[in-house]
Every structure is written in structure tokens, then in C-alpha cells.
Design a protein around this ligand. Structure first.
Ligand code: GTP
Ligand code: MG
Length: 699
């Protein structure tokens, strides 16, 4: 395969709401550019970028996936990304290593939740953006309405550079407003394109739309503005150069029309990418220096090598596959490089270009290119390969904390070790998964961004690593606390033959504000207990509080003060005072009016406004408090605080209630007291699960 230099490379990531047609669009782009000779289809699992079995089965992209094509002598590196909320992490990562985002919008639904989120992500990176009104072949599709929603929810500076010829079922092609040509496409999904003059019936509308485009280009640049005022228009050269400059600067965002399924509008989209997305030579790569200040690096072949590992794939056969962005210099196959992040050396095998899962060996990756390499020993996502003397590095991609945890158990005993090594590998691929052992129940916990994320992880464990696990119902991390201050007494005394045991303490407990956890104070005057035993009392209380009082959950947000007690010159020892501390804790709980706390989530639900009433009713029935509501075009955003326990089944509910058009996001907000009716159930469930609490050994 040819090696391309920075000026003849374009790196783009397709981002957009789940199901807007990104994967199908990539498939059509590869087909139209001749990189593949059959049009892959999402619906029959034959696309290049959804190669993962799980992605095929679910018809959703689950991880960033790389493809490439040559168009007009330029290498297009195309990253397909997930659009489903649980998996957006990879879309964010992809945006970090490209010079342009292709923001794909379904031309029936318009801007949707994730569209908006990803738009802001791209905006925060000041990334040039080309916008696609996609799936335009569908009934009720409309470029005009799509543009309205884009201009309202994303940016006013989104400007059509095409006018559709027909729409929906009658859509046949586009008028190119820059070249003023009509492009029509064969109706047989072959992508065959015919160029002709603008049809007479559309001439006026096309002229008007071009005028609007010229106006917006002029507005984006002061010197063009002057030319526009003095001449009343822009020359063709001024239009082309002005549109390029404004797009590269992120001041204008060209909008094009497409259907990935019908292969309509694809060649003009490829043209637009080559024309309006800057090459790596034209946009310096964002880096950060040792003080954390933002800097950039030029894509120069002659500079020292630097490459960023932005994504890792855990392949059970090929081992670790590391996706690289070459930033500057040249990295060569079969060479040794330095891992700057870990200060270690790394041996590179064959460098590869990836067409989905299919690798092609390349001798080198020049500055600006995207590629991959297998079996690196100790290079992980976010690591930088560069010479020791490199003054700059890559600002880490931040991965979100898990929001939901399920307990898992291996189907066959003895698989526990295998689970943990496999989980370690999967976490390399997807750091937004959490894996740990519950300190209280010792169960294995698998945590993620939502139920779907966890299910997919379990499926990957099975398919890739042959480990089958059962998902237990998720456990809510309840806490306990007290609501009244009280004094209590703990006395541990035992006479067993020779040496006895004696510890005796009096404590005061009082509630603390939420989030304060636990405090301990020594308030003993006059030596009723020798100093050295006080830490043992604290230890006893600490141990006891871990197991709570009502339902076995940790007791938090209270203070214990030891203020009196007694001791025995011979029989007292640390263990006895530890026991006394535990007993005092138990005694205190009998009067401190303990209660149960539950985590409350901050939830944002997005759905078409027609569903708003029903969704709010449902959130109310989940003990939710509605905190606010906004409308965004035809969609509504509902913000609410809802106990985590009530949200476990939300994903399924929302999907079925909105026919898959709703989505939501939630994060932990705070702990709150559980209403008494629910407390009884929690206590009963805890008793059933753990049996009766072990009765403390008492006097
Ligand atoms: N009518 C029509 N359907 C399309 C078009 N593009 C995609 N689809 C269908 O829309 C569905 C979703 O397409 P995908 O390409 O998987 O969408 P995506 O944006 O990759 O979705 P995620 O990977 O979940 O983010 C599939 O059933 C496609 O067949 C199109 O241009 N026209
Ligand atoms: Mg996809």
C-alpha cells in the first residue's frame, strides 16, 4: 500500500446519534470510492466497520472502527464511531485524533440528544465540521427542517452547499451550489452519478440558495465582506477560498445531503471532505507541554517521531491491537521506539492500515496518518510514543466513571481467575468499564455506563474469552445512618480460667451532615480508660459500623465520642476494648433511630415532546422529583432526581415507551433517606440474603 504524506491525508470521524446511519454511510463511502467492490449493509451485517459480532447482532456500532479509501489522490482515514449513549466514549476519543468531524443527522428526526452532545464535544475542540443530512431517501425526510433544527440546536453557521433534487422517495440527487451543477444518481444503489446543468424548474431556488451561501461566506471574513459590499457578490475563486477558510477555522459548517443505503450524494460528500476538511499539514495537532499548557505540533516528516495510542482493542487471537495517530516524524515497521509515558522501550512489529478488521501492512506511518500495530508489550491507550527529549505530550482522553454496577458470578466454578484476566483485557479496550470486588459481600462487581454496556461486556467475555457469567440483579449501595443523638455503654467481660478479659466504655453518638462519613473523638478526662486502649475502641466501632445495624449496610454520617469507661489492671487489653467499642455501637443503635439511605441519581431524559407527559408520569411513579423541563425543537429534555433503585429498569422502559426514540443519561447525585415503606422491604431482603445477623458475643 502507498504511503501518503500529511498534505494528501484527511482524517475524519463520523459522529451522531445512534441509528442516524453512520456505519451505512461509511460503507457507501468506501464503495463509491472503490475501496470495496460490494456495498456492505448494516441490515445484513456486511459492513466494513461493524465487523464485531456483537455490533452486527445489535445493529449498533459499539467501538471506534477505522477504514480508509483513496479519493482524488488523497487518503481518507475514516473513523466510524458509536452513537448510542452507553458507548459514546469512543466517539469522543476519535474526535481527538482527526482534523474534521462529519456530523451525521437523520433527515427525518433532525438533531437528537447525542447529536447535540457530540456537536459540543467537537466545538470544544474547535474541530472543523461537515454536516450530513442523512437517510434523505426516507418518507418525511426534509433538508429544510433538518437545517432548521441544526441551526437552532447546534450552530447558526451551518450552511447548505447543496440543494436536494426531490426529497423522500422522489429524491434523486443534488444541485451543487458551489459549482452550480446538478448531480443525479442511478436508482439501483450503484452510486452511478450523472452531471448536468441545473434543471430549469430549480434555477431560481438554486440561485437564491447560492446567494445565501455567498452571503454567509462573506460574513465569515472581513475582507470578503468588503468585496461583497462593493461588488454585490463574490467571485467563484473568492467563494471557494472563503468557504474553505471559514470551514477550516470553524466559522462555517457546510451541509450536504446523503443516503448511505441508496448510495446517493456520496461522491459529493467525499469531494467535500477533500475540499473542506484540513489536511494534517494544515491543522497542527493539539498537545500539552510539561506545565499542562496547550500547545500544538506540526505534522512534519522530518521532525522527531511522535505517535499517540488513542484506542486499544483486546483481540483474543491477535492480542492487543493499538490504534495509532502519527503526529510528527515517521514511525517505521519493525523498529524500536520509546514509550514516553512509561519511559520504556517498545518494539513495533508490522504497522497496519485497517479496513475494519482487515489489516494491510504498511512500511511506515508518516506524520498525520492513522494506523495500527499489534502485540505491543506495554503501550496503552493515552500513551505517547516519542523520543525521550520530546517536550510535549498528549492530553489524556478522560473516561467516564461507571454509573451502574451488577454482581456477576462465573457459570462454572473456578473461572474466577479467568474472569479477572479477561476483564483486565477488556478494560484496556474500554476503560469506562469498572471491575472490582464488593468489600462487604465479596461478590464480583461489573460496572458500566448503563445496562446495555454491561450486557455487551458480558457478551464479549463469553465470545472472546469463553467465560460465561451470570448477571445477578444489580445491588444498590445503600447506607445506614442515625437520626438521633444518644449515649451508650459497652462492657466486655469474660472470665475463662486464667487470664480474663475486661473492657468498658461509654460513648456518645450524634448525626453528622450527609457526606461527612464517620468521625471519632476521645473525650476522656481523668484516665478512666488508659490512653493506649482508646484506638482499640475506635477500631471496634469502625468494624461494627461497616456492618450497619438495620440491613447490613455501612453506617455513615455520624460521630462517636468516647467519654468514660473503666478498666481492669490485669484483665484489660486491646481486644477487650475493641469488643467494648462494638458493644457500645450496638447499644447506641437501639436508641439512635437508625435509618437507611439510598443513592439518588441526577437523570436527564431526552425524547420527542409527544412523550413528555407520559415520561414525567413514569418518573413520578419511580419516586422521582422533576427538577425542570426544556424543549429543544421537537424534543423535550426532562431533568429529575430519582432513586437509583427505581432506575434499574429504566432503559427498557424508555426504549419501549418511545419506540427507541428516547435516551437518557444519569449520574450519581447524593444520598437520601429511604421512605419507611421501602425500608421494610430492604431490611427483609437483607435478612433473606444474609440470614439473621450474627449475634455478637456478649457478656
Ligand atoms: N432508508 C435508509 N435507511 C438507512 C440509511 N442509512 C442507514 N439506514 C438504516 O438505518 C439503520 C441504522 O444505520 P447505521 O448505519 O447502523 O446507523 P449508525 O449511525 O451507525 O448507528 P450507531 O452505530 O448505533 O451509532 C440501519 O437499519 C440502516 O439500514 C439510509 O440512507 N436510508
Ligand atoms: Mg454505526
Amino acid at each position: 500500500m502507498k504511503v501518503y504524506d500529511a498534505a494528501s491525508i484527511r482524517n475524519v470521524a463520523l459522529v451522531g446519534h445512534g441509528g442516524c446511519g453512520k456505519t451505512q454511510l461509511v460503507s457507501a463511502m468506501l464503495f463509491a470510492a472503490g475501496a470495496v467492490n460490494r456495498l456492505g449493509r448494516v441490515d445484513d451485517g456486511s459492513t466494513v466497520t461493524d465487523f464485531d459480532e456483537e455490533a452486527i447482532a445489535r445493529k449498533h456500532t459499539l467501538a471506534a472502527s477505522l477504514a480508509h479509501a483513496e479519493w482524488q489522490g488523497t487518503k481518507l482515514n475514516i473513523i466510524d464511531t458509536p452513537g448510542v449513549g452507553n458507548f459514546l466514549t469512543d466517539a469522543r476519543s476519535a474526535l481527538r485524533v482527526v482534523e474534521g468531524a462529519i456530523v451525521v443527522v437523520d433527515a427525518v428526526a433532525g438533531v437528537e440528544v447525542q447529536t447535540e452532545k457530540l456537536w459540543s464535544e467537537a466545538a470544544a475542540l474547535t474541530l472543523p465540521r461537515v454536516v450530513v443530512a442523512n437517510r434523505l431517501d426516507r418518507d418525511r425526510a426534509s433538508v429544510e427542517r433538518t437545517l432548521e433544527s441544526l441551526q437552532r440546536d447546534c450552530a447558526r453557521e451551518i450552511v447548505p452547499i447543496q440543494l436536494p433534487i426531490g426529497e423522500g422517495k422522489d429524491w434523486t440527487g443534488v444541485v451543487d451550489l458551489v459549482r452550480m451543477k446538478a448531480l443525479t444518481f442511478a436508482g439501483d444503489d450503484s452510486g452511478k452519478v450523472t452531471e448536468a446543468d441545473v434543471p430549469g424548474a430549480m434555477a431560481d431556488r438554486a440561485a437564491q440558495a447560492r446567494e445565501q451561501l455567498i452571503e454567509m461566506v462573506a460574513e465569515a471574513d472581513e475582507s470578503l465582506m468588503e468585496a461583497y459590499f462593493s461588488e454585490g457578490t463574490l467571485t467563484q475563486e473568492q467563494l471557494v477560498a472563503g468557504l474553505w477558510a471559514a470551514t477550516v477555522a470553524g466559522r462555517l459548517f457546510p451541509l450536504v445531503c446523503a443516503s448511505g443505503l441508496r448510495v446517493i450524494g456520496i461522491q459529493p460528500l467525499l469531494d467535500a471532505l477533500v475540499s473542506y476538511v484540513p489536511s494534517p499539514a494544515e491543522r497542527d495537532f493539539p498537545t500539552v507541554d510539561k506545565d499542562g499548557t496547550d500547545t500544538t505540533v506540526k505534522a512534519s516528516d522530518s521532525a522527531p517521531y511522535m505517535a499517540v495510542a488513542w484506542k486499544t482493542i483486546a483481540d483474543p487471537f491477535a492480542g492487543r491491537i493499538t490504534m495509532l495517530r502519527a503526529v510528527s516524524g515517521t514511525i517505521k515497521s519493525d523498529s524500536t521506539v520509546h514509550n514516553l509515558t512509561r519511559d520504556s522501550s517498545e518494539r513495533l512489529g508490522h504497522l497496519m492500515a485497517l479496513q475494519g478488521k482487515t489489516p494491510t501492512h504498511v512500511p511506515e506511518l508518516k506524520a498525520g496518518d492513522l494506523g495500527a500495530v499489534a502485540k505491543l508489550k506495554d503501550t496503552h491507550t493515552n500513551d505517547v510514543l516519542a523520543e525521550k527529549t520530546a517536550g510535549v505530550t498528549f492530553r489524556e482522553i478522560k473516561f467516564p466513571e461507571p454509573v451502574l454496577a451488577y454482581a456477576i458470578e462465573p457459570k462454572s466454578r473456578g473461572d474466577e481467575d479467568k474472569i479477572s484476566t479477561s476483564m483486565q483485557r477488556l478494560r484496556e479496550e474500554d476503560p469506562s468499564i469498572g471491575y472490582s470486588r464488593d468489600p462487604q459481600t465479596h461478590e464480583l462487581l461489573l460496572a458500566g455506563q448503563g445496562q446495555l454496556h454491561i450486557e455487551v461486556t458480558v457478551a464479549k467475555l463469553k465470545r472472546r474469552f469463553g467465560v460465561e457469567v451470570n448477571l445477578k440483579p444489580p445491588r444498590i449501595p445503600y447506607r445506614e445512618t442515625i437520626t438521633a443523638a444518644t449515649e451508650a455503654h459497652g462492657r466486655h467481660k469474660k472470665q475463662t480460667g486464667g487470664h480474663g478479659q475486661f473492657g468498658d466504655c461509654k460513648i456518645r453518638v450524634e448525626p453528622l451532615p450527609r457526606g461527612a462519613d464517620f468521625q471519632f473523638e476521645n473525650d476522656i478526662f481523668g484516665g478512666s480508660i488508659p490512653r493506649q486502649y482508646v484506638p482499640a475502641i475506635e477500631k471496634g466501632i469502625q468494624d461494627a459500623r461497616q456492618h450497619g445495624f438495620l440491613a447490613g449496610y455501612p453506617m455513615v454520617d455520624f460521630k462517636a465520642t468516647v467519654f468514660d469507661g473503666s478498666f481492669h489492671p490485669v484483665d484489660s487489653n486491646e481486644l477487650s476494648f475493641k469488643m467494648a467499642g462494638r458493644l457500645a455501637f450496638k447499644d447506641a443503635m437501639a436508641r439512635a433511630r437508625p435509618t437507611i439511605l439510598e443513592p439518588v441519581m441526577h437523570v436527564e431524559v431526552y425524547a420527542p415532546s409527544d412523550f413528555a407527559g407520559d415520561l414525567m408520569g413514569d418518573l413520578n411513579s419511580r419516586r422521582g422529583r422533576i427538577a425542570g423541563m426544556d424543549t429543544r425543537g421537537t424534543a423535550t429534555v426532562i431533568r429529575a432526581q430519582v432513586p437509583m433503585a427505581e432506575m434499574l429498569t429504566y432503559e427498557q422502559h424508555l426504549t419501549s415507551a418511545t419506540g427507541g426514540r428516547g435516551s437518557y443519561h444519569m449520574e450519581y447525585s447524593h444520598y437520601e433517606e429511604v421512605p419507611h415503606a421501602q425500608q421494610a422491604k430492604i431490611i427483609a431482603a437483607a435478612k433473606a440474603a444474609h440470614g439473621q445477623e450474627v449475634v455478637e458475643e456478649a457478656e
